[in-house]
Design a protein around this ligand. Structure first.
Ligand SMILES: Cc1ncc(COP(=O)(O)O)c(C=O)c1O
Length: 372
């Protein structure tokens, strides 16, 4: 490892406005960059209610297979299985779940067909697997079908991976069509619902009654779930195989009881959050309308609103100016999004008022028009 080479690389990142650094979270501005889509993670009264009845340990002190399968995590998996109608196994994060499932269940004879814009955790799993992979055009299931037609005779083991709502574009995959294709071409289907859990209750796949048809349903809990960790739903034999073969599941300290207890608390309360979901829906429609009226180009149709600026330097400058005006609006740059599509990604939540969003859209419009 040559430190000089690393420093040169860091300097290049700085020159291209692509350098990343840790900044203290600003609690005072209007936060438009959080994934706490229902406001559950920051809700004080919910926390007070939780702590009134629960005093779980803060560490599991062990991996799942040794001493880490404590009451709360077993109960969480049991209850999740009861709700979703399929066995559940907890991973410490969505990143671990996605990457490990791909590493564990594919071989050199597998073909992975992945949406071009799938999350880095999916790509890391693919890179660390021995499988061959091809990317289909984002959300383009005709393109996916072309690939299936072309390759389904050559490969008997095909894994198709999609997210439900895309985190950087705020658009939605057609899960019904994916399931129909699975029935026709007989592949293994994996869906990541990181950005729909909570906002769509138990998720889009659950609402469509398609959990039984998805081989690996991954539900990371760090966003709308107001927590951390990921539920994976799969058949019993797959769960057994994970317990025996998934290195990220086996060789890591289990999530702490406090977290499992909180995940269970939220899971059981999911139907009580209807008012928040309805508020978010109205706020989303209002925000999309305001952005359009103010000439700001958007493609999203969900609570995640993507505003592509293009140039790194410009997106950073606008973000800095907005921060000075009291808005927390982080710039998103490559490699998180494709080069040349640097953007803002607005994550709405039901606690934002109409007045706040009106003022924000005006300020953003002025910045976009003045920073050239
Ligand atoms: C689509 C998607 N999948 C998985 C992850 C990773 O989940 P986690 O943050 O729980 O590791 C994220 C978020 O970072 C994500 O956006």
């Amino acid at each position: 490892m040559d430190k000089k080479v690393l420093v040169e690389e860091l300097n290049r990142l700085k020159e291209s406005s692509n350098y990343r650094s840790l900044t203290l979270q600003n609690e005072n501005g209007l936060n438009l960059s959080s994934n706490d889509y229902l406001g559950l993670g920051r809700d004080r009264s919910l926390r007070e209610e939780f702590y009134r009845d629960n005093l779980p340990r803060l560490s599991s002190s062990s991996s799942r297979l040794i001493d880490g399968s404590y009451d709360e995590i077993m109960e969480l998996e049991r209850r999740a299985e009861e709700i979703y109608g399929k066995p559940c196994i907890m991973f410490n994060s969505g990143y671990d779940a996605n990457s490990s499932l791909i590493e564990t269940f594919t071989t050199k004879d597998t073909l992975i067909l992945t949406d071009r814009l799938n999350h880095a955790s999916i790509y890391d799993g693919i890179i660390h697997s021995k499988a061959t992979f091809l990317r289909y055009k984002h959300l383009d299931l005709m393109n996916l079908e072309e690939l299936l037609k072309k390759y389904s005779k050559r490969y008997t083991d095909i894994l198709v991976i999609s997210e439900s709502i895309y985190s950087m574009d705020g658009d939605i995959a057609d899960i019904e069509r994916l399931v129909a294709l699975k029935k026709e071409y007989n592949f293994t289907l994996m869906i990541d619902e990181a950005h729909s859990y909570g906002v769509y209750g138990y998720g889009i796949t659950y609402n469509l009654k398609l959990v039984k048809d998805v081989d690996f349903l991954v539900i990371p809990l760090g966003k709308g779930g107001g927590s951390v960790g990921a539920m994976v739903f799969c058949e019993r034999e797959f769960k057994e195989y994970i317990v025996n073969r998934s290195r990220k599941f086996i060789y890591s300290t289990a999530l702490p009881p406090i977290n499992s207890c909180w995940n269970l608390f939220i899971l059981n309360k999911m139907n009580d959050f209807e008012e928040r979901r309805a508020k978010l829906e109205i706020l989303k429609n209002y925000t999309l309308k305001l952005l359009k009226e103010n000439g700001i180009k958007i493609e999203s149709t969900t609570h995640i609103i993507s505003i592509v600026i293009g140039d790194n330097e410009r997106v950073v400058k606008i973000s800095d100016n907005m921060r000075r005006k009291g808005y927390i609006l982080y710039p998103i740059k490559e490699p998180t999004v494709p080069k040349g599509t640097a953007r803002f990604r607005i994550g709405l939540n039901p606690n934002i008022t109409y007045l706040e969003i009106e003022k924000f859209v005006e300020e953003l419009r002025d910045e976009i028009n003045s920073v050239l």
